[in-house]
Ligand binder design. Structure first.
Ligand code: NAD
Ligand code: UD1
Length: 340
């Protein structure tokens, strides 16, 4: 089946293209390259043995571009919408840019999809939509809202927009996937995460410290109510996450309406657990210092993945060692990401 993948040159999108192709689907990628490099798609082709991956460089907010894509590919069956801005700190300093890009892209996309009768969409949401006062593990029915930054609100609002679209027209099928903490890379080491500038997230920071690009990791707080005082998260291998999208695409074909699924493993690891696992899996050193807590951070956040297992038939396969090994394989083979 032909699948339009917005944001498909990015970190999760490129891994999802690999898994779509390996499951026999045909991804068509639309991306404006604001946070990615088209080289990722050459690598996807290399991994999968495809000649090329159809790619359109353009902005999902631009309805003219979207018309062009759907006219050129009248047999698109569904859309996976990864395109979005995702840096939490940046969203606090540039809220308008985040609201505009993330909301307008989703609304423009759905408007044009509707005109071409394509009414199946998978949306990249985040565990960040859950309210901070829930008990763990987080279930899809846990309370949402009280987001701590504009990025989180854009995910919350897009979920609401998509839910309303599905309510208004029973032909729509909307799957909201709430990702926990995607890490790691494809085992080939050909594709992976390439953050711009100083990484905000833990795993890329650990990898860049191990390779010597950063002097040391700052561990944000060691006085949380967790087993070692550092923050606990549900890290999930990006290939598992990508496979969750293939499962969701299949599910969507005979499940109209709105559905929401957690994509996590159900296991939480602390910052120091991840540092130790990374050092042991790869035989490297990750120097660190304890720093003050980061604003907006929770002590603990992990998923209950039971609903995904039961309804999507999907479950994470990779463990913490796999995540650390594959993250390092990518980092050490591509110290500058996709830049030559
Ligand atoms: P990424 O930045 O690597 O990929 C996003 C892609 O979207 C990039 O290639 C970027 O160029 C593109 N893009 C952004 N705005 C666009 C627009 N208006 N038109 C066309 N292309 C546009 O990020 P990722 O980590 O692969 O994340 C993919 C999605 O998953 C995002 O929506 C993100 O918010 C969401 N998400 C990511 C994480 C995470 O930890 N990586 C966690 C939860 C949710
Ligand atoms: C963050 C975002 C979340 C987003 C997710 C994926 C915040 C508050 N939340 O989640 O909205 O969906 O990324 O992009 O930014 N840590 C360190 N040192 C570092 C970096 C991180 O100690 O240099 C710690 C954090 O305090 C946290 C854990 O590592 O305990 C994971 O952090 P991170 O990778 O940024 O993910 P989240 O905070 O879970």
């Amino acid at each position: 089946m032909k699948v339009l993948v917005t944001g498909g040159t990015g970190y999760i999108g490129s891994h999802t293209c690999v898994e779509l192709i390996e499951a026999g689907h045909e991804p068509i990628v639309l991306d404006n390259l604001c946070n990615s490099n088209p080289e990722s798609l050459h690598r996807v082709a290399q991994i999968t043995g495809c000649d090329t991956i159809p790619f359109i460089e353009g902005d999902v907010c631009d309805e003219n571009v979207l018309h062009e894509v759907f006219r050129k590919h009248p047999d698109i069956k569904c859309v996976i919408h990864f395109a979005g801005l995702k840096a939490v700190g940046e969203s606090v300093s540039m809220p308008l840019q985040y609201y505009r890009n993330n909301l307008l892209s989703t609304m423009s996309l759905c408007r044009v999809m509707q005109q071409y009768g394509v009414k199946k969409i998978i949306f990249s949401s985040s565990a960040t939509v859950y309210s901070g006062d829930n008990e763990m593990p987080l279930r899809e029915s846990s309370k949402t809202g009280n987001c701590t930054n504009p990025y989180g609100w854009t995910k919350y609002m897009c979920e609401q927009i998509l839910r309303d679209i599905a309510k208004a027209d029973p032909e729509w099928s909307v799957v909201l996937l709430r990702y926990f903490n995607p890490v790691g890379a494809h085992k080939s080491g050909l594709i992976g995460e390439h953050p711009n500038g100083i990484p905000n997230n833990l795993m890329p920071f650990i990898s860049q410290t191990a390779i010597g690009k950063r002097e040391k990791l700052s561990v944000f707080g060691n006085d949380y109510d967790t087993h070692d005082g550092t923050g606990v998260r549900d890290y999930i291998h990006v290939v598992d996450l990508a496979r969750g999208h293939v499962a969701a695409a299949n599910y969507m074909m005979d499940h109209p309406g709105e559905s929401v699924f957690n994509l996590g493993t159900g296991t939480g690891y602390s910052v120091l657990d991840m540092v130790t696992a990374f050092e042991q899996a790869n035989g490297v050193n990750v120097p660190y210092v304890i720093a003050p807590r980061r604003d907006g951070d929770l002590a603990t956040c992990y998923a209950d993945p039971a609903k995904s297992r039961q309804e999507l038939g999907w479950e994470a396969q990779f463990n913490q060692v796999d995540m650390c090994r594959d993250a390092w394989n990518w980092q050490s083979k591509n110290p500058n990401g996709y830049d030559a």
